[in-house]
Design a protein around this ligand. Structure first.
Ligand SMILES: [Cu+2]
Length: 273
């Protein structure tokens, strides 16, 4: 294989987007043809052929670099529409998804070329999400001891008698509770602050969280140092308490690898001299 796993995965994701998009266009074309909009039907069938062409190109590319193309299962697309106009809106939405995915792919390939940041001891690095970036959270996470790796939701033990009230009352939400724990305890799954908020696990295993937009120091003894969710400024409503920036001061020379807990294929390195 002559390309990285990361790029192979990104291209396979793209194949999957192209395939769903082609399928969606065929469904719209079929609806148009049934209703008698033959011109529109022809247009959508042509779009489907185009997306199929993109998919084949990506498959040929992967085969050419001895990587494996994965042909995806496709979800059943929407097959009935209120009006001709709504089919065009639906088609446009699908096209935008594919276009965004292509941008993500290019972005990722560029990041892979230049994934090291060089600094001298005592210097800091600031990470932030550009204001016009797609609305998706990311984290900058230094998982120095792999045992400290964690996920955004985690199981916790609670007293079996604990009552959970949804907010607002009557909301469409329910805690995920597994009954039958030991010593009068149940298990519930809750948001893990060690992922959402800036957080550290020090050399002795003590976990600590910090307010958003953390300005932390990596002394070299930590087992874990995490930014919390980083979102573009103005998008905090997606998860209240999330950050827009993350600043780390590096006080000891070394090579520090980081990753995004939410998208583990996004990774980088800070080299401190
Ligand atoms: Cu990410």
């Amino acid at each position: 294989m002559r390309i990285s796993m990361k790029i192979t995965k990104a291209i396979n994701d793209q194949i999957s987007y192209e395939a769903s998009s082609a399928n969606a266009y065929i469904a719209i074309g079929a609806w148009c043809e049934r209703i008698g909009y033959d011109g529109s039907a022809a247009f959508f069938f042509e779009q489907a052929a185009e997306e199929n062409g993109h998919m084949l190109k990506l498959i040929h590319y992967l085969n050419g670099v001895e990587a494996q193309a994965i042909i995806p299962a496709i979800e059943k697309p929407k097959s009935s529409f209120e009006s001709l106009e709504s089919t065009f809106q639906f088609g446009l939405k699908s096209e935008q998804t594919v276009t965004k995915a292509i941008y993500d792919l290019v972005d990722m390939a560029e990041k892979e070329k230049d994934r090291s940041t060089w600094r001298f001891t005592g210097g800091s690095v600031v990470w932030s999400a550009p204001i016009n970036a797609p609305l998706e959270p990311h984290t900058v996470s230094f998982v120095i001891n792999p045992k400290t790796m964690t996920t955004s939701d985690a199981p916790f033990a609670v007293q079996s008698s604990t009552q959970f009230m949804p907010l607002p009352p009557g909301a469409n939400s329910k805690p995920n509770i597994v009954p039958g724990g030991k010593n009068g305890m149940n298990t519930t799954i809750v948001n893990n602050a060690m992922v959402y908020l800036p957080a550290t696990v020090d050399g002795s295993g003590n976990a600590k969280t910090f307010p958003p937009n953390g300005n932390l120091t990596l002394t070299g003894t930590e087992q874990y140092l995490n930014s919390g969710w980083i979102l573009p400024k103005g998008a905090e409503h997606i998860f209240p308490g999330s950050s827009n920036t993350f600043t780390v001061m590096f006080s000891k020379a070394g090579t520090y690898s980081y990753t995004c807990i939410l998208h583990p294929w996004m990774a980088g390195t800070v080299v401190v001299k």
